[in-house]
Ligand binder design. Structure first.
Ligand code: V1P
Ligand code: CA
Ligand code: ZN
Length: 393
């Protein structure tokens, strides 16, 4: 008896496509669709599927993808074949077509299907929100925030988030996009650069020379031309290595409250990239499952229709912990689930510690040095507050 029950009068929907998990970027590539398998298995082991509406999402159609992407790009994506010998990091072809086929965005068997499935689950989530059939819709297989209109980037080929937000905009006057992946949400920011109907906010590690994608400075806030409706509608929160739960939550709560007050969104899209967790293979932060989840909890408390997307996350056991805890927050059973992973959890030994909330010491041995002085965090809050003076609903 798990004690997990369906929240009364509150609907959470869960959108996934198990076929997605069968795809592989290559043995050395950090993006492992297996993390989706591990996450789902932990979510189901806790008995959460009984408290949600579970959907096997369909693949998005060509026309749905073309809502954002150029047909030239989609046609190429649909016809390229995997390379017989994958390129390694040293042996990159500098003029890749649409940035496809390098080490970040390799060509693999079933690539087009993988992309359309990710977009399909995001789009299904958006449609459930628009139909008011879900209060929170979850698409952990989505969240691929770097993809551009006619270019693949940073493990992302199709921008499922942009496609889902375009769907929300058919029914909602204003959408707030929040991105807690450790990387800058550049593709989503760029897609809505010139509109005042979407406000984008990304929290990320920022180092223009040494951290991907190198964009997202504090004063990159949209078009510089005041006549452009998109001016001031991009918020960037550039951070340094080692940020802690307490600091991150202070920033998140302060910044998001002020944005909601001014922008008055009618729906929220939250990208929950789990590479901002401590111990991530690519990330640099010291966030714990609790701190990452606190962002989801904060968004839920705003009481607006909400989509939760996945995103990055390169240490699968921690990705599974975070997305499981965040699913429990969506359902509202976070206080009822046991800190000890259910005994019958498949691949239980993969988790190393048997708890949902390992300590920083358990994750890292020694925590990463925190390079975010309080003075810098205050500067960020001040800048965003100034910026918001130019924003109104
Ligand atoms: O740094 C780069 C390359 C080098 N420049 C020419 C670009 N790429 C990064 C890409 C990170 C993508 C993150 C995606 C997401 O935000 C959303 C799903 O999480 C990169 C890194 C790195 N450490 O930043 N690529 C790889 N590592 C990589 C490693 C092994 C094999 C293939 C790629
Ligand atoms: Ca981010
Ligand atoms: Zn990332």
């Amino acid at each position: 008896e798990s004690g997990i029950t369906r929240p009364k009068g509150y609907n959470v929907s869960f959108h996934c496509n198990p076929e997605m998990e069968k795809h592989h970027f290559g043995v050395t590539h950090p993006m492992k669709p297996w993390r989706l398998t591990l996450s789902k298995s932990l979510i189901y082991s806790y008995g959460m599927s009984f408290a949600m509406d579970n959907y096997v999402s369909r693949a998005a159609t060509y026309e749905e993808l073309a809502d954002f992407h150029s047909t030239d790009y989609l046609d190429f994506l649909g016809t390229v074949l995997p390379e017989p010998v994958p390129r390694d990091v040293e042996n990159q072809n500098p003029d890749l077509k649409f940035n496809l086929g390098g080490s970040d965005c390799p060509l693999f068997e079933g690539l087009y299907d993988y992309c359309s499935m990710s977009a399909g689950s995001a789009l299904d989530a958006a449609r459930k929100i628009c139909a008011k059939q879900s209060d929170i819709a979850i698409a952990w297989g989505g969240g691929l925030h770097h993809a551009k209109k006619a270019e693949a980037s940073g493990f992302c080929y199709i921008n499922d988030i942009v496609i889902a937000i375009l769907e929300l905009l058919r029914h909602h006057p204003r959408v707030l996009y929040i991105d807690i992946d450790v990387h800058h949400g550049d593709g989503v920011e760029e897609a809505f650069f010139s509109t005042d109907r979407v406000m984008t906010v990304s929290f990320h590690k920022y180092d223009p020379n040494n951290f991907f994608p190198g964009t997202g400075a504090l004063d990159d806030n949209g078009p510089k031309n005041e006549q452009n409706p998109g001016a001031h509608h991009a918020v960037n929160v550039p951070l340094n290595d080692g940020i802690t739960d307490e600091q991150y939550d202070m920033l998140f709560n302060t910044i998001i409250s002020r944005i909601v007050e001014k922008f008055r969104p009618s729906a929220v899209a939250l990208q929950c990239g789990a590479d901002s967790l401590a111990g991530d293979r690519l990330g640099r932060f010291n966030l714990q499952v609790q701190g990452h989840g606190a962002c989801v909890e904060f968004c839920k408390r705003m009481n607006l229709p909400l989509i939760l997307f996945g995103g990055g996350g390169y240490t699968p056991r921690n990705v599974a912990r975070a997305w499981t805890y965040e699913t429990s927050i969506a359902i509202g059973c976070q206080d009822k689930i046991s800190d000890v992973l259910p005994q019958h959890t498949p691949w239980r030994d993969q988790f190393r510690q048997e708890t949902l909330f390992p300590t920083l010491e358990q994750i890292l041995g020694e925590p990463r040095q925190n390079k975010n002085p309080p003075k810098r965090l205050q500067e960020i809050v001040n800048h965003v507050s100034e910026q918001l003076r130019f924003v109104q609903a």
